[in-house]
Design a protein around this ligand. Structure first.
Ligand SMILES: N[C@@H](CCC(=O)N[C@@H](CS)C(=O)NCC(=O)O)C(=O)O
Length: 158
């Protein structure tokens, strides 16, 4: 049975039938309500990225030697995240503000990143900062607020 016919049979509101049929690629196996929520999340994600781009923070500039020293320290950090997650955007904005060149790993696009996060941090939640400090076991820090606080404490002078 065509989705529209199935939706009508279940007496779903018309706009849900419309969404369900308009973007079936977002809906394999999903109910019209789930499809609607996915489309709303998709639109909100794009809006977040648009605002983030339009109001991008200004990066601080350091002399070459100081930046090289900061870069050497941030080489031990990795941010597990995904593009349109608002909490990840918050952390990335702080990184940009402080000119911190931290490698990011996208857990939506990369299966290996997902596996690393789950195996190391124990939770498939983003953002998560992996902190490698020499010989010690890596530390996995969840919560955008804690990550931002950590970056400020470690890298913001004055
Ligand atoms: N309080 C957390 C919220 C993080 C959060 O909810 N992240 C979502 C993505 S936007 C997530 O990973 N959800 C999956 C889950 O909670 O298992 C923070 O500020 O970092």
């Amino acid at each position: 049975m065509l989705p529209i016919a199935a939706a009508r049979e279940k007496k779903r509101p018309y706009f849900l039938q419309f969404l369900y049929n308009a973007r079936p690629e977002y809906a394999p196996g999903y109910s019209p309500l789930e499809t609607t929520m996915r489309i709303i999340r998709l639109i909100l994600g794009k809006l977040i990225l648009l605002f983030n781009w339009a109001f991008a923070p200004r990066e601080i500039t350091r002399d070459a030697a100081s930046q090289a020293s900061i870069d050497a320290q941030t080489a031990g950090l990795k941010l597990y995240q995904y593009e349109a997650c608002p909490f990840c955007v918050k952390v990335r904005r702080e990184m940009k503000r402080q000119s911190l060149h931290i490698e990011t790993r996208d857990v939506k696009r990369s299966e290996s990143a997902r596996e690393e996060l789950l195996a190391g941090g124990g939770n498939l939640k983003v953002p998560c900062l992996r902190i490698d400090e020499g010989e010690r076991e890596p530390q996995w820090m969840y919560e955008s607020k804690d990550i931002i606080q950590y970056l400020e404490r470690r890298f913001v002078t004055s």
